[in-house]
Design a protein around this ligand. Structure first.
Ligand SMILES: Cc1cc2nc3c(=O)[nH]c(=O)nc-3n(C[C@H](O)[C@H](O)[C@H](O)COP(=O)(O)O)c2cc1C
Length: 197
């Protein structure tokens, strides 16, 4: 990977690597670690599944009242990390989180399997819950309440990470790895810089 061979636009470069990952990485090429931090600077991490990306950013879905949701509500700065080991690729994305528009979340929620839709109602994500039975009872209650179409819970939806910097890491011999970081400049252009491995 060199400055001359990569795309000028990091989203195009991501699309290229993502296509390779989807062909080569099993399971879950779309899995990424998502990092948030409290306003006090205490970090936390968890895996999420990428559901889309384009020039506007990288989208995944979750519960807005979860720990991650509470953290991004107060501190929108967050990061996503992809690791595609069999390709020797790592991609890290730093930026700012916004909620996707409700209609976009509705559209995506409607495509989810019924069981996943019901569990969005049944699971107060990140809360302490008495036991497994309590969770299953809430699931059964949601199934009875929504016998037909399951609406999207108002607290469940998408987040979009608007990238400010995207780094592409390619493993190389002797630990002389390639690291190319795209950084958004004030005029909105992307600057490509090589970082030492
Ligand atoms: C491979 C994988 C993919 C996951 N994808 C998602 C996801 O897209 N959305 C989500 O809310 N949780 C997802 N989870 C569960 C999260 O890692 C996490 O347990 C949950 O979101 C609660 O995190 P929080 O308490 O930090 O908010 C996934 C877990 C794994 C292992």
């Amino acid at each position: 990977m060199s400055e001359a061979s990569v795309a000028r636009d990091p989203i195009a470069q991501f699309a290229d690597w993502y296509e390779h990952a989807c062909a080569a990485v099993k399971p879950f090429p779309h899995a990424a670690a998502f990092a948030t931090a409290t306003t006090g600077g205490r970090p936390s991490l968890r895996m999420v599944l990428l559901k889309g990306f384009d020039a506007r950013g990288f989208v995944f879905y979750t519960n807005y009242r979860s720990r991650k949701g509470r953290e991004v509500a107060k501190n929108a700065r967050a990061s996503l990390l992809f690791y595609w080991g069999s390709l020797g690729h790592q991609v890290r994305i730093d930026g700012r989180i916004v909620k996707v528009p409700p209609r976009e979340s509705d559209e995506y929620f409607a495509t989810r399997p019924r069981g996943s839709q019901l569990s969005a109602w049944a699971s107060p994500q990140s809360e302490v819950t008495a036991d497994r039975a309590a969770l299953e009872q809430r699931f059964t209650a949601a199934a009875a309440k929504y016998a037909g179409r399951v609406p999207r819970p108002p607290y469940w939806g998408g987040y979009r990470l608007i990238p400010e910097a995207i780094e592409f890491w390619q493993g190389r011999e002797d630990r002389l790895h390639d690291r190319l970081r795209y950084r958004r400049t004030r005029n909105g252009r992307w600057l490509i810089e090589r970082l030492a491995p």
